[in-house]
Design a protein around this ligand. Sequence first.
Ligand SMILES: *[C@@H]1O[C@H](CO)[C@@H](O)[C@H](O)[C@H]1NC(C)=O
Ligand SMILES: *[C@@H]1O[C@H](CO)[C@@H](O)[C@H](O)[C@H]1NC(C)=O
Ligand SMILES: *[C@@H]1O[C@H](CO)[C@@H](O)[C@H](O)[C@H]1NC(C)=O
Ligand SMILES: *[C@@H]1O[C@H](CO)[C@@H](O)[C@H](O)[C@H]1NC(C)=O
Ligand SMILES: *[C@@H]1O[C@H](CO)[C@@H](O)[C@H](O)[C@H]1NC(C)=O
Ligand SMILES: *[C@@H]1O[C@H](CO)[C@@H](O)[C@H](O)[C@H]1NC(C)=O
Ligand SMILES: *[C@@H]1O[C@H](CO)[C@@H](O)[C@H](O)[C@H]1NC(C)=O
Ligand SMILES: *[C@@H]1O[C@H](CO)[C@@H](O)[C@H](O)[C@H]1NC(C)=O
Ligand SMILES: *[C@@H]1O[C@H](CO)[C@@H](O)[C@H](O)[C@H]1NC(C)=O
Length: 600
Amino acid sequence: MAPPLPLIFLLMIYGVSSADWGLSYSHSHICALKDSSVIMSCTYTYPTGYQIMKAFWTKSPIKVGEEHPDLSEDPEYSQRLQYLGDKHQNCTIRLSHVTQKDAHQYYFRFTTDKPGGTWLGTPGVTLTVTDLQVESPERVTEGDSVRLTCKSSCTLTDRATFIWYRNSQPLTERRDTNNELLLQSVRREDAGRYSCALHGHTYISPAVHLNVMYPPRSISVSISPSGEIVEGDSVTLSCSSDSNPPAEISWFKGGTLVGSGRIYSISKISSNDSREYKCKSINEHGEKYSDAVTLNVMYSPRSVLLSINRSGEIVEGDSVTLNCSSDSNPPAEISWFKGGTFVGSGRIYSISNISSDHSAEYKCKSINEYGAKYSDVVSLNVMHPPRSTSVSISPSGEIVEGDSVTLNCSSDSNPPAEISWFKGGTFVGSGRIYSISKISSDHSGEYKCKSINKHGEEVSDVVTLNIMYPPRNVSVSINGSGEIVEGDSVTLICSSDSNPPALNFSWFKREKFVGSARIYSISKISSYDSGEYKCKSINKHGEKYSNAVTLCVMSVKWVLWFKAFGVGVAVGGGVVVGLGGASFLSKKNRRTAMKESAVR
Ligand SMILES: *[C@@H]1O[C@H](CO)[C@@H](O)[C@H](O)[C@H]1NC(C)=O
Ligand SMILES: *[C@@H]1O[C@H](CO)[C@@H](O)[C@H](O)[C@H]1NC(C)=O
Ligand SMILES: *[C@@H]1O[C@H](CO)[C@@H](O)[C@H](O)[C@H]1NC(C)=O
Ligand SMILES: *[C@@H]1O[C@H](CO)[C@@H](O)[C@H](O)[C@H]1NC(C)=O
Ligand SMILES: *[C@@H]1O[C@H](CO)[C@@H](O)[C@H](O)[C@H]1NC(C)=O
Ligand SMILES: *[C@@H]1O[C@H](CO)[C@@H](O)[C@H](O)[C@H]1NC(C)=O
Ligand SMILES: *[C@@H]1O[C@H](CO)[C@@H](O)[C@H](O)[C@H]1NC(C)=O
Ligand SMILES: *[C@@H]1O[C@H](CO)[C@@H](O)[C@H](O)[C@H]1NC(C)=O
Ligand SMILES: *[C@@H]1O[C@H](CO)[C@@H](O)[C@H](O)[C@H]1NC(C)=O
């Protein structure tokens, strides 16, 4: 089946007519689409009696005097030319796959067996070959109304149906009958390579690019690396956007312009870079901002600060709050240390009813998964009044007259206390140490110290100083009064002052040891007992002799003599009769002896 020829426009019917000879072409001008098949229809007649020798088509230029070449023998045509008619009157041919080179005038010629019986069908059939060209504006803006035209150099028939292609895909929905493609309100999707063709023909026009301009759209920011961002990392923000022509990109951190270009790089990111970022895409058709993305930069604790919620002194019983603040991302865990020992966790460490046990160096530690940091050390110094006030004596054992003795008042207090000393109820000194050099028995007594600071005072228990000393004031007394007469019982008593009290005594008569108790008794005294007596008092710290006393025993006749002369006391030779150099135990001496025995 021969394809239809929609594009052939019939100009006129051109015919030649004579009595017997004749040749006519259906169309004298044929405009054919490149690559299509062309049918050149023709009929001819010749007088009867003639016999056709050759019948063929030839083409211009016609060279006079030369035999016309047969197209079917031309290698350019032989494959494409098909004789459709018969050999008598129908001289129709078909030329397929026409190209621009085929644009010529074509003639039918035949020869007969009779001389002069030849015919050339001039002026023949003029063949023009056309292609298709898409005409379109080069660049259009989205929303414009765009008209694409499929142009050919021939006027094509009204029946011609155009087919449009975009990017080699037929636009099935459009089958415009005229040669125009109207894109009302062009969209960016309409951009592409457009070509046109005619229905029923394989020829497709060269493609023409339709460039649709549009403002930025689909603008977005991506972050690399995509996971967690840690201080010091290098971070790259990329802005992608779709626009035509390509857009200029600018970057905003918070609201501030910080850079331009599709990539915004931050090397060594810091926490200061934890902000909202967005990019702006702009071309001559419009601008658009991306959504904001937030950079959340992680970092280890820093600025770890320990604060106490009170200023000034902390006194026992107070409530104190320690507050550990630090800067980190993510927020840190806080732990508390007293000295080096963990004591708690949480941002606040509270101590209610604080005591001196809480006096220590405190610090807190702030830790998150990126690191840890300690605060500076803060000392809690808890004030309290004196307590455990006590006196210690040095040396600790027996104190002997002449020793150096130190009383030490120790007291637990904060701040340190003022110490004062009392003997009995009397203030005797101040300072923590109360020293007595060369102590004497006068220092014996009850001592205590008083410790005082601004928060209170305390008095120690009483300590007693008991000063030891060797015997002194050793004396001999005789119980009884008046003269000692032969036959009397006489008691000599050795008295002494000592600490501890002397228990060991010795009696001597004229340097001769005669006894060893405090009391030396002589019953039935005789004149032989007359003489000098003395005693010795001993304790562990020493011994001492009394002065010598002289016992003068009178014989009975002497007593009678005295009585006769009425003389009570005679003085002669330095000897006191009855009690020489000593005395009777007077009332006073008795008291002394009692005192001695009271002193341990
Ligand atoms: C000539 O032959 C062709 C092909 O066979 C045919 O289509 C055409 O109608 C014929 N022309 C005439 C006038 O008979
Ligand atoms: C963060 O910003 C502050 C104030 O702009 C600046 O003083 C500081 O040095 C910055 N820190 C870093 C780690 O860049
Ligand atoms: C400190 O905090 C404790 C507990 O919160 C509170 O009882 C005390 O009054 C506070 N002291 C000061 C000086 O704010
Ligand atoms: C702890 O200290 C921080 C920083 O100084 C302060 O903002 C916060 O209020 C304090 N917290 C308490 C409970 O005092
Ligand atoms: C405070 O502590 C002291 C000593 O631990 C205790 O005697 C006192 O009862 C406590 N006071 C309160 C109110 O808990
Ligand atoms: C006083 O006593 C305290 C506590 O017992 C002691 O530390 C200190 O050394 C003593 N001072 C003297 C001078 O003995
Ligand atoms: C002996 O005792 C008396 C009376 O108590 C006293 O006055 C005197 O000083 C003492 N003598 C000595 C040496 O201690
Ligand atoms: C003296 O001592 C003796 C013996 O203890 C006693 O018998 C006597 O009565 C005493 N004499 C006087 C005067 O106290
Ligand atoms: C008493 O003292 C003397 C001399 O120092 C001593 O020999 C004697 O043992 C002492 N007696 C007693 C009971 O202590």
